[in-house]
Design a protein around this ligand. Structure first.
Ligand code: PMV
Length: 310
């Protein structure tokens, strides 16, 4: 990399799962889309290949981040680039912050190595980082971030990659995202559900299948511009997530609140548990955002739109 060259920039979008979290781990489809917020990585020429670590992180967090970064860098022959990060996403709230960080870093690493940062290539590399962070994720987070499109995603058996179908929505899809407080790490919530599923596979398998069907129906509704049908699928999905033991009083309270404020559908998004994020599908979310912000509720709106230019 030429030291005088302009910095290399890579963006990784955060994501929301509209339908199908958890059941996607078991091979069922999920419907997910990119947020307009995410992580931006900037790379400048350097003798070494290194990631500048945010000072707010703990020592184990720094070690994990370095390990993940070097693992991806090794696959593109460790180019001489110093990468720094800027994040607009809250950590560990179900909005795909680690996937966004991985995608942003990998875009810069690919560019620094003189390679094209095509979505599939970015996803392949970002998976290496995600595996350090999460072990064996379904792959929906980093794939949505790398594709930066609304997608129907189906995991391939025992892999962290899957089949992707990009969806076109004839109508803008706007969500209101509320941050409802602390939650356990995804790994822990996924492992606890795995134990229940292993003990009662028939019962849990039926629920996962139902959720997968909702994701397929939701994808059809998106393509038909039928946002009422999409919202209804989200409401039913929330009921099934509660049946799986993934919801909690603070999440339920917010789900009902968003519905009362005019959401076409509302549900938890991501791993769920004691807290995390709740999404509401709105034709026009701004009045609800203003009202909630006035009451001190942490929230924002986003269109699940196409690529952000960078
Ligand atoms: O880490 P989160 O909260 O964004 O959740 C990821 C989605 C899960 O389906 C719960 C896990 C996975 O690997 O798909």
């Amino acid at each position: 990399m030429n030291p005088r060259a302009t910095p290399l920039v890579g963006f990784g979008a955060g994501k929301v799962i509209l339908l199908g979290e958890h059941s996607v781990v078991y091979g069922n489809p999920a419907l997910a889309g990119p947020l307009s917020y995410g992580v931006t990585a900037q790379g400048v020429a350097s003798k070494r290949c290194q990631l500048v670590l945010p000072s707010t992180l703990s020592r184990p967090q720094k070690a994990l981040l370095t390990r993940a970064f070097q693992r991806a860098a090794g696959l593109v022959r460790t180019p001489g680039v110093k990468v720094s990060l800027e994040s607009e996403l809250p950590l560990s709230m179900g909005l795909g912050s680690s996937a966004a960080l991985s995608v942003a870093c990998c875009r810069v690493l690919l560019k620094a190595a003189g390679r094209e940062d095509a979505p599939r290539e970015v996803a392949r590399l970002a998976l290496e980082m995600e595996q350090e962070f999460h072990g064996t994720p379904s792959g929906v987070d980093h794939t949505t971030s790398a594709e930066q499109k609304l997608i129907l995603y189906k995991r391939l058996p025992n892999q962290s990659s899957g089949r992707v179908r990009a969806l076109k929505s004839p109508r803008p899809l706007k969500v209101l995202v509320v941050l409802v407080g602390e939650r356990s790490p995804t790994k822990k919530t996924v492992a606890a559900l795995r134990e229940r599923q292993a003990r009662w596979p028939g019962r849990y398998g039926r629920l996962f299948q139902q959720i997968g069907t909702l994701a397929q129906e939701g994808a059809k509704a998106v393509e038909a511009g039928d946002l009422e049908a999409l919202g209804d699928a989200m409401n039913v999905n929330q009921g099934l997530l509660a049946a799986l033991g993934l919801s909690s009083p603070p999440l339920e309270e917010m789900v009902y609140r968003l519905r009362a404020m005019g959401a076409l559908g509302a549900k938890l998004t991501g791993a769920g548990g004691d807290g995390g994020a709740v999404i509401g599908l709105f034709l026009e979310p701004e009045p609800a955002v203003a009202k909630l912000l006035e009451l001190g509720v942490r929230c924002f709106s986003s269109q699940l739109a196409g690529p952000r230019a960078l």
